[in-house]
Design a protein around this ligand. Structure first.
Ligand SMILES: Nc1ncnc2c1ncn2[C@@H]1O[C@H](COP(=O)(O)OP(=O)(O)OP(=O)(O)O)[C@@H](O)[C@H]1O
Ligand SMILES: [Mg+2]
Length: 271
């Protein structure tokens, strides 16, 4: 559903993307991980036809972003890193507006259905300016679901949400994917990537340096041992090892936890 090959992008002479390759299958949830400034938002913006790449190709739902941007826009929705609701409008008006822009037959019906699904029915006639951060986020995501696009891009969808709202968003994204929607999301939250994503792609120094299921990524590093209890590396440790954090100490998992066998040995000798 998403096919990206050799994508590059530089701003002035700063090269941000240096050859990104990424494929996402229909109904798959892929989490794009990367440090601040790695280029996640830039990649999402290129795929959503908001900005142009310097080189490479990106094909969404069979349409090339360079030659068929209009068809791409009909296939996608973008929920940006910062909520894009119109604060002067009510929640309901925001949704009706998007439904009208998408030329749907029953904009008010579509809006009411989404308001109810996102627990915003009570607040529907209040201006979005009076909504809490979580309510705004829910409205923002609801707006991106108007017209059921087959591909949705979510740039840090749960940043700033409380744990309960975060779980609700996860559940929603999962339901969407189960119904066949393809989801590419970015996150700084490794827990989110682990729980939500079918696959994690790590963007580092302008390229996808690793892509795999959360379990497969964890298998990249050996389990550390602490007195016979097998400890799996966390995804955070795998991530930091892959991007080469100077503070990372997971390169030698046994070196910092002592040697369980020698402890046993010395006990035995002492007896
Ligand atoms: N329009 C622009 N003009 C100039 N530089 C830009 C522009 N957009 C992005 N950049 C630069 O490109 C780099 C990547 O930015 P981007 O927003 O894609 O990173 P990100 O991975 O989304 O980071 P974050 O996790 O902080 O959201 C940054 O160095 C940023 O300053
Ligand atoms: Mg970003």
């Amino acid at each position: 559903m998403i096919h990206v090959s050799g994508l590059t992008k530089a701003f002035k002479n700063v090269s941000v993307l240096r050859g990104v390759d990424l494929d996402v299958a229909t109904g798959e949830i892929v989490a794009l991980l990367g440090s601040n400034g790695a280029g996640k938002t830039t990649l999402i913006r290129i795929l959503a036809t908001v900005c142009r790449p310097d080189a490479g190709t990106a094909v969404i739902n069979g349409h090339d972003v360079a030659t068929a941007p209009q068809q791409v826009r009909e296939s996608i929705s973008l929920t940006g890193q910062f909520a894009a609701v119109d604060e002067a409008l009510t929640g309901r008006e925001n949704l009706v507006l998007v439904a009208q822009l998408r030329h749907l037959p029953d904009p008010r019906g579509v809006a009411d259905q989404l308001l109810s699904r996102f627990a915003l029915t009570e607040a529907r006639d209040r201006r979005a300016a009076t909504y809490s951060g979580g309510m705004r986020r829910r409205l923002d995501i609801a707006m991106s679901l108007v017209g059921r696009p087959p591909v949705i891009f979510l740039d840090e969808p749960t940043t700033g949400l409380d744990p309960q709202s975060r779980l609700e968003v996860w559940q929603l994204v999962r339901e969407l994917a189960d119904a066949g929607t393809t989801v590419l999301l970015t996150t700084q939250d490794l827990d989110e990537a682990e729980h939500l994503a079918d696959r994690i792609a790590i963007l580092h120094r302008g390229r996808i340096i690793h892509s795999g299921s959360p379990a497969a990524l964890k298998r990249l590093l050996p389990a550390a041992e602490i007195e016979y209890v097998e400890k799996q590396p966390t995804l955070e440790e795998v991530f930091l090892a892959l991007v080469g954090s100077p503070t990372s100490n997971v390169g030698s998992p046994t070196s910092n936890v002592g040697s369980p066998t020698s402890n046993v040995g010395s006990t035995a000798q002492g007896e």
